[in-house]
Design a protein around this ligand. Structure first.
Ligand code: HEM
Length: 127
């Protein structure tokens, strides 16, 4: 597999028409000029987002696994600059880890409190 070319937003913006149609999805750039005719969602919707980032629109359409596999055939490069993290998986991941971290802290506090109570009870009984 050849290395992916870096494409600037300015270069992407040049490919913004029906006859020359590139879009960026999750910072990867796809040439959909040929594919637009086969696209089950139609050509017009692709022309509307031509030459720019279409990640939100692509995700809104809830594409299937098949669609994700098909995308690779049209890949022309990687968008230069800020690599936006995938919003959904990142959010799920970070909230997941902070969730377990929270439990770790609460668990520690509960064990600590129980130990202190047990100590005080034993002390009271012995005196
Ligand atoms: C490489 C890019 C793309 C590929 C390979 C692709 C492929 C597909 C495929 C295979 C479907 C049929 C349903 C499915 O299997 O998910 C579909 C439906 C659809 N696509 Fe895309 N798509 C691409 C980009 C886009 C973009 C950028 C948009 C929005 C701007 C879009 C909007 C839609 C919509 C709205 C449907 C639903 C059509 C319907 O059910 O009536 N697609 N696409």
């Amino acid at each position: 597999m050849s290395a992916l070319r870096t494409i600037t937003e300015a270069e992407l913006a040049l490919h913004n028409s029906y006859t020359d149609l590139w879009v960026a999805i999750e910072n990867k750039v796809y040439n959909l000029t040929e594919f637009q005719m086969e696209h089950p969602g139609g050509s017009d919707i692709l022309v509307e987002v031509a030459g720019r980032d279409a990640t939100d629109e692509f995700e809104d359409a809830a594409h299937s696994e098949d669609a994700y596999e098909m995308m690779n055939s049209y890949l022309v490069g990687v968008l230069e600059g800020q690599f936006k993290p995938k919003p959904k998986p990142t959010a799920a991941k970070s909230s997941g880890s902070s969730f377990s971290a929270k439990y770790f802290v609460y668990g520690g506090l509960a064990i600590g409190t129980a130990a202190i109570i047990a100590y005080l009870l034993m002390k009271q009984r012995n005196s």
